[in-house]
Design a protein around this ligand. Structure first.
Ligand code: ATP
Ligand code: MN
Length: 467
């Protein structure tokens, strides 16, 4: 076969130099036709769009044509020609076809319209479908948008550790990290495991959040963000929780609540706008196949001001709704942690736009949040989104050493291993704050997908770690 430099399909479809000899390589989506002529829809993952390969029967051995089935991988030389068909400008008049890999009948992505559950059981192959191709191209674009947003604003990308000896705020159950022989654990007289001879000489786990280390970064470099994997051994089988997910955690010195909320809102809008500007083909596909209101919803988020509402006001609105007969599974009471039904009522029914809820009761928030004058609430913010619920959790941090220590003692938090965190308040403390955004929750929102397992290539959930 003649060697011609490969063109990615995304680039090929923009070309107009008809008559040029081109090469494409990719996986066959479909083949239809007759003895006389075959039409092959080829995809190489560079775009949701396929290129049509026209293969004249007389030019090719029928055995070769027979092997070109859905899922097969082929290498094609041919002429770029203007396409007479609708929906595409160009197609390729094939001259040479090499079969890289045939695809037997038991190819798991053979049939169209499989359930998402089926796809998860074949997650190693689902990447080759239109839907997952679209989702993961968008996921890539969101990662780029995040780095660009922060870099352009002078934030430094800061790497917090993945293995940690501290449990950030008890944000979630942790996965232990050990090199000890689990079949032969050394224990003391009271039956507690001895870690002195473990790899790190102490109990260690996978991080549930990079925030505490992020605070060290921000109180030195001014403004940082982390973007990395996070692990929570929470046994919650919901469409919004993973055991391994990616989190973005900016942390900024010298900001107050308003600055923080501005940052949260500007950041999400930037990411959504980036998707609208850079992922048009994939969004149009998802809008057609997954969620007919997707693009409309994305446009609406970038063009509306988010509601900013103190928790106490939110509770009032919920109480009024309940008084008017709106049924909630969990009764409403000041001090409660809002359930998903409450968050969704506020966002989807009452305001019909994203809501930033602020000033939560201190009992339901982490120890490090800045305490308000009222002695009851803290400067925490949750950004609540339609369909998703909580997408961001953030706060202004308590910068006073004494107030922080008091709260830690009230809550009986073991701080033995956290002395280094307290040093930020001891040496040159400063007002600062930040937030955590679950990357997959953002991807859920931007793609319109319904289940968080379908927006990360290889989901980790209870009892699932295949692939
Ligand atoms: P939730 O109430 O939804 O469990 P959380 O209060 O535990 O969230 P935080 O500890 O504030 O969440 O974490 C910050 C962000 O990380 C959340 O706003 C959410 O976007 C995301 N997040 C939290 N837990 C998970 C998880 N198990 N899987 C995926 N994303 C998560
Ligand atoms: Mn949680």
């Amino acid at each position: 076969m003649e060697t011609i430099r490969r063109t990615r399909i995304v680039d090929l479809l923009k070309r107009v130099d008809y008559g040029t000899k081109v090469n494409v390589k990719g996986w066959v989506r479909t083949k239809r036709g007759s003895k006389a002529v075959n039409f092959i829809a080829l995809n190489d993952g560079s775009t949701i769009k396929n290129v049509q390969i026209v293969a004249d029967g007389e030019k090719f051995d029928p055995e070769t044509i027979k092997q070109i089935t859905t899922g097969a991988c082929i290498n094609v030389n041919g002429l770029l020609v203007e396409s007479p068909g609708a929906g595409q400008n160009v197609e390729i008049q094939a001259e040479e076809i090499e079969i890289y890999g045939t695809c037997p009948q038991d190819y798991p992505m053979q049939k169209k319209g499989q359930t998402f559950e089926y796809m998860r059981q074949h997650a190693h192959m689902r990447l080759r479908t239109n839907t997952f191709g679209a989702v993961f191209r968008i996921r890539h674009n969101m990662a780029i948008a995040i780095h660009k947003f922060f870099h352009d604003r002078g934030f430094f990308y800061f790497h917090s550790p993945i293995i940690t000896a501290s449990d950030c705020e008890g944000a979630g159950e942790m996965f232990q990290v050990t090199t000890k022989n689990l079949y032969d654990l050394k224990k003391d007289e009271e039956g507690r495991i001895i870690y002195d001879d473990d790899f790190f000489g102490k109990m260690t786990s996978l991080t549930v959040s990079g925030q505490l280390e992020g605070e060290l970064g921000a109180t030195a470099l001014g403004q940082i963000y982390t973007f990395g994997p996070t692990f929570r051994a929470e046994n919650s089988n919901t469409p919004r929780h993973l055991a391994e997910f990616w989190m973005i955690e900016p942390e900024v010195a010298f900001i107050d609540m308003n600055d923080l909320m501005d940052l949260e809102e500007e950041f999400i809008k930037y990411c959504v706008q980036w998707a609208l500007d850079n992922c048009q083909d994939d969004l149009e596909f998802l809008n057609k196949m997954i969620d007919k209101t997707l693009i409309e919803r994305l446009n609406s988020v970038v063009s509306t001001d988010f509601i900013r509402l103190p928790y106490t006001e939110g509770i009032k609105i919920l109480e009024e709704a309940a008084a008017k007969g709106r049924k909630f599974e969990f009764p409403i009471k000041w001090g409660m942690d809002l359930a998903s039904e409450h968050e969704r009522y506020l966002v989807e029914e009452h305001f019909k736009k994203p809501v930033i809820l602020t000033d939560y009761p201190k009992e339901i928030k982490a120890f490090y949040m800045k305490q308000n004058e009222d002695g009851k609430t803290v400067q925490g913010t949750d950004v609540l989104f339609p369909q998703i619920g909580e997408i961001i959790g953030g706060s202004v941090r308590e910068e006073s050493y004494d107030k922080l220590i008091n709260r830690i003692n009230e809550l009986n938090i073991p701080m033995k291993d956290m002395w280094w965190y307290l040093d930020t308040r001891k040496f040159g403390t400063c007002p600062h704050g930040g937030f955590g955004l679950g990357f997959e929750r953002l991807i859920l929102f931007v793609t319109g997908m319904q289940n968080i397992r379908d927006v990360i290539p290889f989901p980790r959930t209870p009892k699932t770690a295949e692939f």
